[in-house]
Design a protein around this ligand. Structure first.
Ligand code: BTN
Length: 238
């Protein structure tokens, strides 16, 4: 990761830059600020200029069924690095959470060719030294600085993340990461009540972990187990 780095003062989105460019695998694009940062489910990703980390990586193609497990395992690697600063956990599949609020996010964007991905762009956004949050995210977002009262070097964090992601993707490709058992160390909601929203309907479950394919295991009030699969499911801690 990161042998080839593109640095932008301002760009639309580091993910769009890599989707549109022809760059070697593991090229990293990093920006001080993004004018059209993209979040999950078509939402925008807001990040204040100069205090956050926004970067994307151009990954080699992979089978579609590996995308979700890989996605989740990237969350483990990012948590491992951030845990030297604050107690960072994951909200399924890979929201970075601290103090019950969102600290950052991970978003894979792909283009497909049959059952194999053509382009896989991994995008990571982390609120590092952010202290002024726009009104719409004020109650749900946090930063490393908000959690610890300390400022962090974004360059050092980026370098540590690149090293960790290198080691981790090698382990993932060798099949030596068991996401089902590892998840228990990282989940922000294991054995806790979660309110799942799907098509405007809210259902309360207890989170019981994830399957080897990365699906969320949810137990309803009668003890019945459901696997939550689709990307358009959101949940709150209830
Ligand atoms: C989420 O909604 O949780 C995922 C947010 C991902 C944001 C990052 S910032 C770098 C990269 N460029 C984008 O436009 N989005 C991702």
């Amino acid at each position: 990761f990161g042998r080839n780095i593109l640095v932008f003062d301002e760009t639309d989105s580091t993910t769009i830059r890599l989707l549109e460019a022809d760059t070697p695998y593991y090229t990293v694009a990093v920006a001080e600020s993004q004018t059209a940062g993209r979040g999950r489910s078509g939402r925008k990703w807001i990040s204040e200029s100069g205090v956050n980390l926004c970067f994307s990586v151009n990954l080699p193609p992979m089978k579609i069924e590996h995308l979700l497990p890989f996605n989740i395992a990237v969350g483990f690697a990012v948590c491992d690095v951030l845990r030297s600063t604050a107690d960072v956990k994951l909200k399924w599949p890979n929201d970075l959470m601290a103090g019950g609020k969102k600290l950052g996010g991970i978003l894979f964007e792909t283009s497909l060719s049959g059952s194999v991905t053509e382009k896989v762009i991994l995008g990571i956004g982390i609120n590092v030294n952010m202290t002024d949050f726009p009104a719409e995210i004020k109650d749900i977002a946090t930063s490393l600085r908000e959690e610890t009262g300390l400022s962090y070097s974004r360059e050092e964090l980026l370098a540590e993340l690149m090293n960790r992601l290198d080691a981790f993707s090698e382990a993932f490709l060798k099949g030596s990461i068991n996401i089902g058992s590892e998840w228990k160390k990282y989940s922000a909601s294991l054995d806790k009540k979660i309110a799942v929203h799907k098509n405007g309907v809210k259902t309360v479950f207890t989170e019981r972990g994830i399957t080897p394919s990365g699906f969320l295991i949810a137990e309803d009030e009668k003890g019945l187990i459901t696997e939550i699969v689709t990307g358009d499911v959101g949940y709150d801690f209830s």
